[in-house]
Design a binder for this molecule. Structure first.
Ligand SMILES: NC(=O)c1ccc[n+]([C@@H]2O[C@H](COP(=O)([O-])OP(=O)(O)OC[C@H]3O[C@@H](n4cnc5c(N)ncnc54)[C@H](OP(=O)(O)O)[C@@H]3O)[C@@H](O)[C@H]2O)c1
Length: 326
């Protein structure tokens, strides 16, 4: 079985473009002991990959998580037919070591959810919010990129706990989705000229938890409205990922002083040994019809480079995935 893979040919300046990537066919390579061959079914596109492009070398395979089916096995612990999660990157038929893959929890359906609401982004929402945000009923939670893979789950868990939720996103359609379908109390389109007034109106009693996915000016405005003992979680800074220089700042740290508030960054993999707890929580929410999700599905791995840029223009709506094979 021939493997098609996408390599990074040139480090991007600004938003990555198709010219930063190349598709190559490396033919079929024989398996060694303890290896399996996968047929990629779903490939995940995530904002962190932009940072990874600064770290990997030109000519290397683009990084990423995928869900694949084992089509050939020289492993004694993973058999043919198993559905697994792998970090093999943008490839159609990667060969991976048995120790580098995980069996996908069979309770997860549809399968693509294992890359989204019940995968890394959903777990990011769960662990960031519950372990660092420590939300209590009645508190106000603001989440930026609120309609996205992480933000949509942050808002829904917060509602389940009994918080008031304000989501910030970049279009009226996304605002409508957050309030009508996800049950957020308020949605703010940060591209509208009156967005800061709307933010003030929706957070009249201040902000207790800010789940920051974007950074920049949006975060400045939210941080200006935090309450005493607020918790600000730095989950992502997508507004900064394509910048060549560093924006001036931090700009309003005095808020943390006056409000005796907490500012904490976190990475989801810090909680890797507790993933079962997060998966159980999210699967239970899905079973109870408390976890809604949206996906932007793009067909064919060839289209991954173009699709990737959508994350930075806001053209994706919900979790962005590539459907590689049925
Ligand atoms: N710490 C961790 O362990 C961890 C794990 C996973 C993800 N993350 C971070 O969490 C954030 C969200 O990730 P995700 O997978 O859920 O992505 P996502 O929200 O599904 O997609 C990215 C969204 O970010 C928004 N965006 C893009 N450029 C922006 C800008 N300049 N200003 C404001 N918003 C912008 C766009 O939505 P709009 O249309 O609303 O602008 C876009 O749709 C990212 O920053 C990511 O790096 C962190």
């Amino acid at each position: 079985m021939s493997n098609k893979k996408i390599i990074m040919t040139k480090k991007p300046i600004g938003v990555p473009e198709e010219s930063n990537f190349k598709l190559i066919d490396e033919g079929s390579i024989d398996l060694k002991a303890n290896e399996v061959r996968l047929q990629t079914l779903w490939l995940s596109l995530d904002p962190y990959m932009r940072g990874a492009m600064n770290r990997i070398r030109e000519g290397e395979t683009m990084v990423g998580e995928l869900i694949g089916k084992v089509v050939e096995s020289k492993s004694e612990i993973i058999s043919e037919g198993a559905i697994v999660l792998s970090k093999a990157g943008w490839q159609t038929s990667p060969i991976v070591n048995e120790n580098d893959i995980k069996i996908v929890d069979p309770r997860i359906s549809p399968l693509s959810l294992a890359l989204g609401a019940i995968g890394m982004p959903g777990l990011t929402a769960y662990f960031g919010l519950t372990k660092i945000g420590d939300p209590k009923p009645g508190e106000t939670v603001v989440v930026s990129a609120g309609s996205g893979a992480v933000g949509s789950v942050v808002g829904q868990i917060s509602k389940k706990i009994g918080c008031k939720v304000v989501g910030i996103a970049g279009s009226d359609k996304k605002v409508e989705y957050m309030t009508s379908e996800l049950g957020f109390d308020h949605g703010i389109n940060y591209k509208n000229s009156d967005w800061t007034e709307n933010l003030s109106k929706s957070t009249e009693s201040g902000v207790d938890i800010y789940f920051d996915n974007v950074g920049g000016i949006i975060s400045d405005e939210v941080i200006d409205r935090i309450n005493e003992n607020a918790r600000v979680l730095i989950c992502g800074q997508i507004s900064q990922y394509n910048n060549s220089g560093v924006e001036l700042g931090p700009r309003n740290l005095k808020q943390f002083l006056f409000k005796r508030a907490k500012l904490e960054g976190f990475m989801v993999y810090t909680y890797e040994d507790q993933y079962k707890e997060g998966l159980d929580f999210l699967i239970n929410m899905l079973d109870q019809n408390e976890l809604k999700f949206k996906e932007t599905v793009i067909e064919e791995i060839e289209n991954a480079p173009h699709a990737f840029s959508k994350l930075f223009t806001g053209e994706n709506f919900g979790k962005l995935v590539i459907k590689v094979h049925d």
